[in-house]
Design a protein around this ligand. Structure first.
Ligand SMILES: Cc1ncc(COP(=O)(O)O)c(C=O)c1O
Length: 640
């Protein structure tokens, strides 16, 4: 595929010449004489990888002469497509007069008319991004078919391919799966835990850092669950505190136990109309931060999930700035939002919004294999803790990481850089088409950001990631369970998430129009049939009944505890996590005081048959009086 260059040049002679010369050398070219048309081309044509632009430009077709100048032009371009490379093409002789140098990739003085040089520089830049150094080295190594005298024991599949019992294993996964599953003893492929500066892993991580806007990027082969734990244990010493959404993923709660840190919980907003827990209202967030600091807690960091599972996006820049003002490091869990830097519909990603760290499940929403995750770092103080970070990275990592996973991270990055914008534009278009089609049906209605957020979030600048389509099924005549069952069993459609009156569909870079239309056809048929059960609205509003912490989660976690009927736990301390599904938010964490209100809440859920992790036949794990006395004797009680 030819690389494509957009030339924005007001002077017709130069524009025509640049187009002709670049075309002659094999590049694809689009050109225009004003910025507005240039931006329209960039929005519409995802194959453009490079912009060649004059320092002095015309804003629009109707402008008289040149009326926009300088680095503001680069900002305009990068606001639309951050991943393109911008080259300056100018008659400005004095390089001191050129601002915004950090935003551009290169400079050409027009009167040099050296189009060979221009061609070489442009192609070199795109070629660099187009590499997948680890993947390419893995392919090279695997194709040599070396005799393997090292792990894994399957020896490139030799142990299974002729087996009368398990050759189907080889046939199903195929030769390349086995040939690429090799051990860390292959020097050409480097070591994830100790990468050589010039090795293919360092190179792949460097390219990822550039793509995702971080100073450093680390590949992780055990999911964002592990990425979160690595960061929490790096940033928090025992007894130090972290601000977190109570609704954070369970890996965050476990990471806090492992770090021996003190959690300060932020209570998420609730939308009872649709049974959704959403972002934390700004006011509550700042007040909780200030209260914790005033109480003398050693508050060091904050972690939030952006976007939420339902696709609600925080006004991150302001929130991160407020946390920084108070001296906190900010981690953003972007498990569901790793693609945010590749389309303006989602800008800014956490790194661009000023976060110190971001964790991403590259496997969830991009093309990497399951468990492949990345940690991005922009913390200005990172150098001082880098060694400790590496210790924690090793603490959680296998010494035999899966090479296909590392390769998949490398390729997922390459794909996003080369065609992420186009794929995301397509996903967004499919999402809008699905919305329009669903809204034409009786009984189904798609929800907008203002429907999904609760009253307390109004004015907080929350946006919706429109690739996540939530459908209100209240008027459909079906309950969520019935609809989920019918979609799966009659139409082969698996839904991502439901609440009592909504269903959420995730549109990803892999979603096809066939898939969208099959979903529509299924919903259309179900709409015509009209259900008879109706939604089962919960008797009580959604609520999070919480209480104070008496001990650090880690201290309570390491007690054996005893299982007791929940009814008899008033005033006692939880030794384990208790998590009802839905909504999957821990009601109790180790070290938390069990109140009468919590007992009533859990008992009611238990009687309704709700799945509750950490509760067996109505019994939960609590500290024994002796364990409590021992923790108190050691002076480990938390002051609230
Ligand atoms: C917000 C959030 N963070 C982290 C994770 C863990 O990610 P992984 O499955 O990559 O370990 C998940 C998984 O669902 C999640 O929803």
């Amino acid at each position: 595929m030819n690389y494509k260059v957009l030339v924005i040049e007001v002077n017709e002679e130069f524009r025509t010449e640049a187009r002709r010369e670049l075309l002659r050398r094999g590049l694809a070219v689009r050109d225009c004489d004003n910025l507005e048309e240039g931006m329209a081309a960039l929005r519409e044509d995802g194959d453009i990888q490079v912009v060649l632009v004059n320092w002095r430009s015309r804003k629009s077709k109707t402008s008289q002469g040149t009326d926009i100048e300088g680095e503001v032009i680069f900002h305009e371009i990068l606001k639309v497509r951050f991943e393109v490379n911008v080259f300056l093409f100018t008659k400005e002789k004095d390089p001191r007069k050129i601002g915004g140098k950090g935003l551009i990739t290169g400079y050409f003085y027009k009167d040099d008319r050296d189009y060979d040089d221009m061609y070489r520089k442009i192609t070199a830049v795109v070629k660099e991004k187009q590499q997948a150094p680890f993947f390419e080295e893995l392919v090279r190594y695997a194709s040599k078919s070396n005799d393997s005298w090292h792990t894994p024991g399957h020896s490139s599949g030799d142990s299974v391919k002729h087996s009368p019992w398990v050759s189907d294993y080889y046939e199903f996964f195929g030769h390349n799966m086995f040939a690429s599953d090799i051990s860390v003893s292959v020097p050409a492929l480097d070591s994830l835990l100790d990468p050589k500066p010039e090795g293919v892993i360092s190179k792949a991580q460097e390219l990822a850092a550039r793509a995702f806007r971080s100073k450093r990027t680390y590949f992780v082969t055990n999911g964002t669950s592990t990425s979160n734990k690595i960061l929490l244990q790096t940033l928090l010493k025992p007894g130090e505190a972290i601000l977190l959404d109570r609704n954070c993923h369970k890996s965050v709660h476990y990471g806090i136990i492992a770090a021996g840190a003190e959690p300060v919980y932020l209570i998420p907003s609730v939308n009872n109309e649709y049974g959704i827990f959403g972002p934390i209202p700004k006011k509550r967030l700042y007040a909780t931060m200030d209260r914790a600091l005033d109480a003398g807690k050693k508050l060091k960091a904050m972690i939030l999930t952006n976007c939420t599972y339902d696709g609600l996006i925080y006004d991150l820049e302001e929130i991160i700035a407020e946390a920084h003002k108070r001296g906190l490091k900010v981690i953003i869990d972007e498990a569901w939002f790793g693609y945010a830097n590749f389309h303006p519909a989602f800008y800014p990603c956490a790194m661009a919004a000023g976060a110190d760290y971001a964790t991403q499940s590259t496997h969830k929403t991009m093309s990497a294999f399951s468990q492949s995750s990345m940690i991005h770092v922009n913390d200005p103080d990172f150098e001082s803790i880098e060694d400790f970070f590496m210790e924690n990275y090793m603490l959680y990592s296998s010494t035999s990481p899966g090479y296909p996973m590392i390769a998949s991270l490398d390729v997922a990055r390459k794909q996003m850089v080369m065609e992420g914008y186009r794929l995301l534009s397509n996903a967004l278009q499919l999402a809008e088409d699905l919305r329009e089609a669903v809204n034409s049906l009786d009984g189904f209605r798609t929800l907008e950001a203002e429907d999904l957020i609760s009253e307390e979030l109004k004015g907080d600048g929350i946006r919706l990631d429109r690739t996540k389509v939530t459908v209100d099924i209240t008027q459909s005549g079906y309950s969520n369970k019935k609809l989920e069952h019918l979609l799966l069993n009659e139409y082969g459609i698996q839904v991502e998430k439901t609440t009592f009156n909504t269903m959420t569909f995730l549109i990803t870079i892999g979603t096809t129009r066939s898939k969208i239309n099959r979903l529509f056809l299924a919903l259309e048929a179900l709409s015509k049939r009209k259900g008879t059960s109706g939604v089962l609205r919960p008797a009580e509003p959604l609520q999070l009944v919480l209480s104070e912490m008496r001990y650090l989660p880690r201290h309570a976690f390491y007690c054996d505890g005893v299982f007791a009927p929940v009814q008899k736990c008033d005033g006692r301390i939880a030794a384990g996590m208790v998590v009802p599904y839905p909504p999957g938010i821990p009601i109790l964490v180790p070290g938390q005081i069990i109140t009468r209100e919590i007992i009533t809440y859990l008992s009611a859920l238990f009687e309704k048959g709700v799945e509750i992790h950490g509760m067996q036949d109505g019994f939960i794990n609590i500290l024994t009086p002796e364990e409590e006395a021992e923790l108190a004797r050691r002076g480990w009680a938390i002051s609230s």
